[in-house]
Design a binder for this molecule. Structure first.
Ligand SMILES: Cc1ncc(COP(=O)(O)O)c(C=O)c1O
Length: 398
């Protein structure tokens, strides 16, 4: 068997052709493909606005900036996520407060978040960054009730879950990133994710105000909108003279410290092409998960597995096992590169310097000791998946 990784991109001839077309066009960046990708993505997710950025981490950074997170403010997030979900809080010198996960869903335990909030004076926390970890949508309707009670903003880290949803209290599907409950949601287009642009990311929202702020921060805090210029027209024209009809064409203002977090047009073109297969990709992931679920259901060596969950987007298929290290090594010997998601963030040496230590979040730590993510991507063949399942069975039956 060729190498079977835990995640892999799919690039078709059509994807390649759309990228080549842009490479031959006038715009490599800041051209028409960006807006086209943003519109198509917003439509797919079911929100009003989308802002394309250079990666998911940039999306998180711009989100905390747009929500005015300031030094010393506390934000709650999960320890079972990629470090970027927490790091964005540190970019603004905020304080990261990790709250433990639910042992069944692996998501931030909303009851524990409530207890954190109830046990601190009101105003202690300014926001929450829940993560739709592995592709499972967190119940944002419930979280929003808490957020409103304590005046918190929500940034939904939906990197793992485009196409995922939860069922709300009225029985309706609420898609990840649709902006109904969270102020902002973010996505990543890294090659292991549902759709890829190489590197890339997106922020979605229903707020026009936040949307405009994000566009501004994405490009150095520079604006070309005459209505909001702060300097005078006399200044803008320079020494030569002042024509009172119009602002000169070159004139723009940098009004705030922003960044260059732009996506290129050829990446956006790849994103548009990939998005055409997004639904198909989620459906394939759900079929793969069903097969894993059936293969491991009732097996004593699997203590818990991702299972068949409605609305799960299955970025990852996770099983919890005894002797995870042995299994990992055995799979590797057989050219199957499983992975572990994640080493709890609070135990990263960087976060330990702020006082986090082993034992602080026991459920996340216990989960970490047994979890392993199995190969999961739309092009995984039946034979490859059977091989993975057989090797796992073989390891535990030896
Ligand atoms: C949950 C989560 N958040 C944020 C990110 C950061 O995205 P990127 O790698 O595009 O910067 C990732 C990517 O791995 C992720 O998995």
């Amino acid at each position: 068997m060729d190498l079977i990784p835990y995640g892999k991109q799919q690039i078709t001839d059509e994807d390649i052709q759309t990228v080549v077309n842009v490479l031959k066009s006038n715009f490599l960046t800041q051209g028409p493909k960006i807006f086209e990708f943003e519109e198509a993505f917003a439509k797919y997710i079911g929100c009003n606005y989308a802002v394309a950025v250079s990666n998911g981490t940039a999306a998180l950074h711009l989100s905390v900036l747009a929500l005015d997170l300031i030094s010393g403010e506390k934000v709650i997030t999960t320890p079972i996520t990629f470090a970027a979900s927490a790091n964005c809080i540190k970019y603004s010198n905020g304080e990261v407060v990790f709250s433990d996960i639910d042992p069944n869903s692996y998501l931030l335990d909303i009851k524990k978040v409530r207890s954190l909030l109830e046990n601190a004076p009101k105003g202690t926390y300014s926001g929450i960054i829940p993560v739709d970890f592995a592709g499972r949508a967190i119940n944002l309707e419930e979280l929003k009730v808490l957020a409103d009670e304590y005046n918190l903003w929500i940034i939904e880290d939906a990197c793992h879950a485009p196409g995922g949803y939860f069922i709300d209290s009225t029985g309706k599907k609420q898609y990840c990133g649709n902006g109904k409950f969270a102020d902002l949601a973010i996505f990543s287009f890294h090659p292991v994710k549902h759709i890829t642009t190489g590197e890339g990311g997106m922020i979605t929202t229903n707020s026009k105000e936040l949307y405009e702020r994000l566009l501004f921060l994405r490009t150095h805090g520079i604006t070309r909108k005459t209505q909001i210029f702060k300097n005078s027209q006399e200044f803008a024209f320079g020494e030569i003279g002042f024509n009172d009809n119009e602002w000169p064409g070159w004139y723009m203002e940098m009004q705030e410290l922003g960044y260059n977090y732009r996506l290129t047009d050829f990446q956006a073109a790849l994103g548009i092409s990939q998005l055409n297969r997004a639904i198909e990709g989620v459906n394939k992931r759900r079929l793969i998960s069903k097969k894993y679920f059936e293969a491991f259901n009732g097996k004593t060596y699997v203590k818990r597995q991702s299972g068949e969950i409605e609305g799960h987007a299955y970025h990852l298929y996770i099983i919890e096992v005894e002797n995870r290290l042995g299994l990992y090594n055995y799979l590797k010997q057989n050219n199957i590169h499983a992975q572990v998601h994640y080493i709890p963030c609070h135990l990263m040496p960087y976060y330990q310097q702020f006082g986090w230590k082993k034992g602080d979040l026991p459920i996340a730590e216990k989960y970490y000791n047994g979890c392993i993510s199995l190969p999961m991507y739309p092009t995984l063949t039946n034979d490859e998946q059977n091989f993975v399942i057989d090797k796992i069975e073989e390891f535990y039956n030896a």
